[in-house]
Write a protein that binds this ligand. Structure first.
Ligand SMILES: Cc1cc2nc3c(=O)[nH]c(=O)nc-3n(C[C@H](O)[C@H](O)[C@H](O)COP(=O)(O)OP(=O)(O)OC[C@H]3O[C@@H](n4cnc5c(N)ncnc54)[C@H](O)[C@@H]3O)c2cc1C
Ligand code: SF4
Length: 529
């Protein structure tokens, strides 16, 4: 096995959380090595620069080499499919940048509703970290949402509402709902060599102007500028402990030639996301940790959460051009805070979207499989393209201990490692919430004058927001990490990604993931070097 120069800190994963941890600890003077199992994206292949961009929507992303394989348990929630990106910048390279804060009550569910778990931090403790992450990413927004928790102004002015979003807002207004601008990690003013959003609508396949504040061009660039080392195609396979079994001494990983390497480090931070982090802990079992590291209480991999989701696409008689503008451009938070009268616990947020992308994408979403050819197909597309608009809702999932990530007993990935097996179920509360959100989406569409509001998708569990599996808490018998992000069982192993969420809350998670990562990294930096 080859050995790299030892470092102070080894960070596993270069996505939303890993980039923040690496930048913060490098700024504090620590030597940092980031291991990233994927490759860099290819900015010169961003498809919106091409005339035939619709045929190359995802060329920007390097192909998965098979190490991203996932197994689903037989009784998994129907339709639940994980969507994430393994590469430099992690899943932020593919995200929509909808950056919302949690509400204070989200963090006290056990105390206030008797379900889920309380977070060991308050909104007030998180707020300064939210402020700083928003400032670094140049989040664009305005204070027109009456449900926002106490906060100051956004760093950049809000991105204007597109035509489609304004049209859906008329429906919200008619119903007395408060449609507000969506805060997004997308810059509305130029910043250095990054251009302001120009409404091109290509967010999912990479932003040609650099307007989206993904991890690669923000915190990871900061980390590399401060001397951190990034090793790509470096898949961590095992955490190495000292003899006593209390301290991590380094990380074994397979390099791009599939040769085993050792990265020694005085501290290790897991930032691989809510599936890969428990997987690595479970793969690192040894004689004194037979069930995996940090897992004496059997909680590693448990309480895996995926938001409840519903989505409706409608058609307006007039053109609304929902292929123009960032994907999420407006929101409604009227159903966020818990209300007994709704008949379910927790709440949800509604996103007003520009998600038409282009004619080919629209064809695949609405007409694929229908016997439409030639002139009939052209007619159908020209009647529809430019006229559709989409609403989506994201809501709280109260995970049980049976919702989990474990290692598949037989299946291996292309590196020969056990494949993570996921199991998630939505129960009565989530079904009631899904029915409520679907009805509200239809009401908005009807009030805005849209057609086909009956086309609510049956989608219920969202595979892009991965949370839970290594819960944070004060009680070592009921959680995996403490409030500082340190695993209870080991002295120098930390977790800073979405796996530490004790509950899912209604919020799109990444702003909170990065705020928590910043808090954890600064706590580490404050310890003697
Ligand atoms: C299509 C899409 C849209 C989204 N839109 C939004 C949105 O609008 N708002 C929002 O809040 N969130 C959104 N998300 C979710 C957001 O991207 C994630 O919440 C966030 O990126 C998670 O951060 P993370 O650090 O936990 O993991 P990631 O950002 O996924 O980073 C994990 C990294 O670790 C690497 N890694 C994992 N295991 C290993 C290992 N063993 N060795 C080495 N490297 C490893 C992975 O390759 C990956 O690069 C979206 C996600 C997708 C897919
Ligand atoms: S709509 Fe804005 S953020 Fe999205 S790809 Fe275009 S310029 Fe970038």
């Amino acid at each position: 096995m080859s050995r790299n120069e030892p470092v102070d800190v080894c960070v596993i994963g270069s996505g939303a959380s890993g980039s923040v941890v690496a930048a913060t600890l490098a700024a504090a003077g620590r030597s940092v090595a980031v291991l990233e199992s994927g490759r860099p994206t290819q900015p010169d292949r961003i498809p919106t620069a091409r005339d035939d961009w619709e045929r190359h929507l995802f060329d920007f992303f390097p192909r998965d080499d098979g190490s991203g394989r996932i197994a689903y348990a037989g009784d998994n929630e129907p339709g639940f499919h994980v969507s994430r990106f393994k590469g430099v910048g992690g899943s932020t390279m593919h995200f929509e940048g909808f950056y919302i804060r949690m509400h204070p009550g989200d963090l006290r569910r056990r105390t206030e509703l008797g379900i889920g778990a309380d977070w060991p931090v308050t909104y007030e403790a998180l707020a300064p970290y939210y402020d700083r992450v928003e400032a670094r990413l140049g989040v664009s927004g305005t204070l027109d949402n009456p449900f926002d928790p106490p906060r100051g102004p956004y760093p950049n002015p809000a991105i204007a509402m597109s035509c489609a979003v304004q049209r859906m807002k008329t429906g919200c207004d008619a119903l007395g709902l408060h449609a507000a601008h969506a805060p997004v990690a997308i810059i509305s003013r130029p910043d250095g060599d990054r251009g302001a959003c120009n409404f091109c609508g290509g967010c999912w396949s990479g932003c040609l102007r650099g307007a989206i504040s993904n991890a690669a061009q923000t915190y990871l660039a900061d980390a590399l500028g401060r001397g951190a080392t990034l090793r790509t195609r470096a898949s961590a396979t095992r955490l190495v402990l000292d003899r006593g079994g209390r301290r991590v001494t380094g990380v074994e990983y397979l390099d791009e030639n599939r040769e085993l390497q050792l990265q020694s480090a005085r501290q290790v931070v897991l930032c691989g996301n809510a599936i890969e982090t428990p997987r690595l802990l479970l793969m690192s079992s040894r004689h004194d940790h037979p069930e995996g590291l940090a897992n004496d209480n059997g909680l590693v991999g448990r309480y895996f959460s995926a938001h409840v989701t519903a989505s409706v696409t409608t058609v307006f008689d007039e053109r609304v051009d929902a292929h123009k503008g960032p994907n999420i451009n407006g929101m409604v938070q009227d159903f966020w805070d818990h209300d007994d009268a709704r008949g379910f616990a927790g709440g949800y947020v509604i996103a007003l979207r520009n998600a038409e992308l282009g004619p080919h994408y629209l064809y695949r979403r609405r007409f694929l499989g229908q016997p439409l050819f030639g002139a009939a197909l052209l007619d159908a597309l020209s009647d529809t393209f430019g006229h559709t608009a989409t609403l989506s809702a994201y809501g709280e999932h109260f995970a049980s201990a049976d919702d989990r990530v474990d290692l598949h007993p037989d299946m291996k990935d292309t590196l020969g490692l056990p494949v993570p097996r996921v199991r998630i179920r939505h129960r009565d509360n989530e079904h009631a919430m899904h029915a409520h959100m679907s009805e509200q989406l239809r009401n908005i569409i009807d009030a805005a004058g849209g057609r086909d509001s009956s086309q609510a998708t049956s989608s219920r569990a969202l595979g892009t927001h991965l949370m839970g599996t290594c819960r944070m808490g004060d009680d070592p018998s009921r959680s995996v990490v403490d409030v500082a992000g340190r695993v209870h069982e080991l002295d120098n192993l930390y977790i800073a990604d979405g796996s530490l969420f004790p509950t899912s809350t209604p919020s799109n998670p990444t702003l909170t993931i990065q705020a928590m990562a910043l808090r954890i990294a600064e706590g580490m930096a404050a310890l003697p070097g």
